[in-house]
Structure formats: C-alpha cells, structure tokens
Ligand binder design. Structure first.
Ligand SMILES: Cc1cc2nc3c(=O)[nH]c(=O)nc-3n(C[C@H](O)[C@H](O)[C@H](O)COP(=O)(O)OP(=O)(O)OC[C@H]3O[C@@H](n4cnc5c(N)ncnc54)[C@H](O)[C@@H]3O)c2cc1C
Length: 222
C-alpha cells in the first residue's frame, strides 16, 4: 500500500480515502485470548475455527460467518459455494430430475448435519437478525436453524479464558465451552493514514466505511 509520502511525492491534486473499516474490538476481559479470532481474519483464511464456536454479534456479518462455518470443516481453507448448483439443490432438497411433485425430493427445512456446534450471541434483546435483508434474511435464518445453530439474546459478556466464553443471560451466569470465539461486534473506520495525510495539505476526501462505519452497507459506501 502507498505511504503518505508516496502520495505526496506523486503530486496528486486530490486523494480519496476509501480504506474501509477495522473490526471493532469489544471491551471484554480476555479478548486477546488465543481462542479469539476476528471475522475478517476468519473469512480471509488467515485464522481458523475449531468445532465448537461462539460468535459474538448477531448482525449481518455474524449471520454470514455462521453460514460460512456451517458449510466448512474445521481447519479447511475458505471456498466459495455461490456457484455450486449441486450443493444448493442438496441443501434445499430440490429434485433436479424434475420427477417429484413440487420439484422437491424432501422437506427443504429438514435438519441437516453440521460439523460444528455454533452459538451466536447478541447484547440486544430484540429478535436476532432483525436487520437482515427483508427478501433474503429468512433464507439465512432457516439455513442456520436447519443446522442447529443456537442464538442467545440479551447477553452481558463477562470474560474469555481457557474454559471459553462466560456471560450472563436473563440473570443467569453461563459458560460456553468453545474452541473458538469469532468476534463480529461491529466496525470502526480505518483512518490509519488520515491524520498524517491531512497534515500534508493535499485535498482529501474520505468516503465509505473510512468515513462512517456504523450501519454500513455497500449502498451507503458508494
Ligand atoms: C462478511 C460481510 C458481508 C457483507 N455483506 C454485505 C451485503 O450483503 N450487502 C451490503 O450492502 N454490504 C455488505 N457488507 C458491507 C460492505 O462490504 C461494505 O459496506 C463496503 O464494502 C464498504 O465499502 P468501502 O469502500 O468503504 O470499504 P471496502 O469495500 O472494505 O474497501 C476498502 C479497501 O481498501 C483497502 N485498503 C485498506 N487500507 C489501505 C491502504 N492503506 N492503502 C490502500 N488500500 C487500502 C482494503 O484492502 C479494501 O480493499 C458486508 C461486509 C462483510 C464484512
């Protein structure tokens, strides 16, 4: 990536900063424990998740991470399933031979085996996944339900240690004995080079997640 002095040397008339976001680091004691990974490192394949996983945060990214984990084996490199027609048909019991009534070979919502035990947690008491897309959120929710993904709301995080993730829900203290804790707890703007850049006096425009990280989606970023 270019440094601020590279940008200065290139004598640009203006610079647009569109460096995106960093994951937000929640203030939970033990957040630097080796069990903890951040969603960006997991999805890029830099970090891996074990068999028993807790996901901190049940927003859009938390749901995508849960879906990704349901369809990958522990320690397997990430792969895209988006274009795998056969896997889609198996997932939803679509009858590709077109011989069965309704085009279905079975109940599309029947439980499916999962190689992982996944629990999603959120601080809010509202229904999990409330902010998911109206036309697509139900697909994600059904897909996770089929694989037995649990969602716990109204959580107060206590700490992370060798035992796992400790929290309180509805007044009851609990411990999730997990191998991996994936943090999907929001984002903060990536302004790593902004302060230095502004000092140069070059005309600077900040856009997308670098400008405002909350409630970010691709529509607002552009
Ligand atoms: C798992 C996940 C699922 C999502 N799903 C959706 C969705 O379904 N719909 C939707 O609308 N949005 C979705 N989003 C949000 C969407 O990705 C963001 O809102 C959008 O990408 C923000 O655009 P941006 O240009 O601000 O940043 P980004 O798209 O993140 O781009 C920033 C780029 O800057 C690069 N960069 C960083 N620092 C430097 C540097 N110093 N020099 C040069 N380059 C640098 C980064 O490598 C990156 O390529 C999702 C996000 C995630 C993480």
């Amino acid at each position: 990536a270019p440094s601020v002095s590279d940008l200065k040397d290139a004598r640009f008339d203006a610079v647009v900063v569109a460096c995106g976001v960093h994951p937000r680091v929640p203030e939970i004691p033990g957040i630097k424990h080796p069990k903890v990974v951040f969603y960006n490192d997991l999805l890029s394949g830099k970090s891996h998740a074990g068999r028993r996983v807790a996901i901190i945060g049940a927003g859009g990214i938390g749901f995508d991470v849960a879906e990704y984990l349901c369809h990958s084996q522990p320690d397997e490199p990430p792969k895209s399933r988006a274009m795998d027609i056969r896997e889609f048909q198996q997932e939803w019991n679509v009858d590709a031979s077109l011989t069965k009534a309704g085009g279905l070979s079975g109940d599309p919502l029947a439980p499916k085996p999962s190689s992982r035990e996944i629990t999603m947690l959120q601080r809010k008491k509202t229904r999990p996944g409330l902010g998911l897309g109206v036309s697509t959120g139900w697909i994600l929710r059904s897909s996770l339900e089929k694989r037995g993904v649990k969602i716990v709301g109204g959580v107060i995080y206590q700490r992370i240690d060798d035992q796992g993730l400790h929290f309180v829900a509805e007044g009851e203290p609990s411990t999730l004995a997990v191998d991996t804790i994936v943090v999907c707890a929001g984002q903060v703007s990536n302004r790593d080079m902004l302060t230095e850049l502004l000092k140069t006096g070059i005309e600077t425009h900040v856009i997308g997640g670098a400008k405002e990280a909350s409630e970010l989606d691709a529509m607002r970023a552009v």
